[in-house]
Design a protein around this ligand. Structure first.
Ligand SMILES: N[C@@H](CCC(=O)N[C@@H](CS)C(=O)NCC(=O)O)C(=O)O
Length: 327
């Protein structure tokens, strides 16, 4: 079994954390023709595809949200890794206790031990990151795609002909706006919390933390006058921001030192976060015990004893003010 160096501590350059690009970039399409990148041969079919996720990972979380909103749960099966990730990467450690607490499933398809086995089986000299989410083809037994921003675009439309679910979170008329918001959110918030938390120089930390909170303030101002990030319609841009908000007060504020404010202190972001949490089905995609266990127990360079703090407690069923503000 090869040892896998976790991506984050192999990606520091002059104090700055730099995220590496995902390597598997094929698309599932209604007729199996090649997508925007990658190979052909991945036709949308019920029961053929599988997702490997950690419930801690905000990128994997997007994929689970789209699977839910697009009615793909019956069609795309899921395996959940164990939240603790050490030198061999994500594992399928699983027992009754971890199932109850963290929602682990083990590798229920193949009985594997580590996620890295899937990557090395396909590319024996693979040197990229062994990351979740992984969209897996059970027919050809290969990784289709391991880039969440693409997996959610695939889920948004590729299976519509089978499910009849025409909800569109990337409608053509909003694409420029969505792309613009995504750009701000990705660099300053989604990846911004990681760049802040993994910084190994004071200057890198200061710069990233300031950019992060200035972006949060900008979005809080936007949400004071419009319901969602691109207007009245809930889009991909919202579902890309939201997994970071959900983890913020419990994890990023403490573990990644993103502590100029809590999300709770940004009135509009906070109420918006609650509104999205309370959309039917979404709460089922959140497992706070898994989230906290992963971050605090796995990144021992920044939390050497792996202690998981008791706070922050959030009442997710608290009333939000978004209906009142925008109806
Ligand atoms: N660009 C990828 C990033 C995925 C990613 O970084 N996932 C993390 C978990 S949050 C991971 O699996 N990291 C493995 C490691 O650090 O070794 C995506 O959006 O899908």
């Amino acid at each position: 079994m090869k040892s896998v160096k976790s991506s984050w501590n192999s990606s520091i350059n002059e104090g700055e954390y730099r995220r590496k690009d995902s390597q598997f970039r094929n698309w599932i399409t209604p007729d199996g023709s090649a997508g925007i990148t990658g190979l052909s041969g991945f036709q949308a079919e019920a029961g053929r595809y599988h997702l490997y996720v950690s419930l801690a990972c905000p990128w994997a979380h997007r994929a689970l949200i789209f699977r839910k909103l697009k009615g793909l749960e019956e069609m795309i099966t899921v395996s959940v890794v164990h939240p603790e990730m050490f030198e061999k990467g994500w594992s399928f450690k699983h027992d009754k206790g971890s199932q109850e607490l963290y929602g682990t499933t083990g590798d229920d398809l193949y009985g594997g031990e580590y996620l890295s086995e899937k990557y090395f089986a396909q590319v024996p000299d693979y040197t990229g990151v062994i990351s979740v989410p992984v969209l897996w083809d059970k027919q050809q037994k290969v990784i289709v795609n391991n880039e969440s921003s693409e997996i959610i675009r695939i889920f948004n439309s590729a299976f519509n002909g089978i499910t009849g679910n025409e909800l569109d979170f990337y409608p053509e008329y909003l694409q420029d706006q969505i792309d613009q918001v995504n750009e701000l959110v990705y660099h300053n918030i989604n990846n911004g919390v990681y760049k802040t938390g993994f910084a190994t120089s004071q200057q890198a930390y200061d710069n990233n933390a300031k950019d992060l909170f200035s972006a949060l303030q900008q979005l809080d101002n936007k949400l004071a006058t419009q319901r969602y990030l691109t207007g009245n319609e809930l889009t991909e841009a919202d579902w890309r921001l939201w997994p970071t908000l959900v983890r913020f007060d419990s994890v990023y504020h403490t573990h990644f030192k993103c502590n100029l404010n809590l999300i709770k202190e940004f009135t509009h972001l906070y109420n918006y976060m609650l509104e999205l949490y309370q959309i039917p089905g979404i709460a089922e995609t959140v497992n706070m015990a898994h989230i906290k266990r992963h971050y605090y127990a796995s990144h021992l360079a920044i939390n050497p004893y792996g202690i998981v703090p008791l706070g922050h407690q959030q009442d997710w069923s608290a009333a939000h003010n978004r209906d009142r503000l925008f109806n």
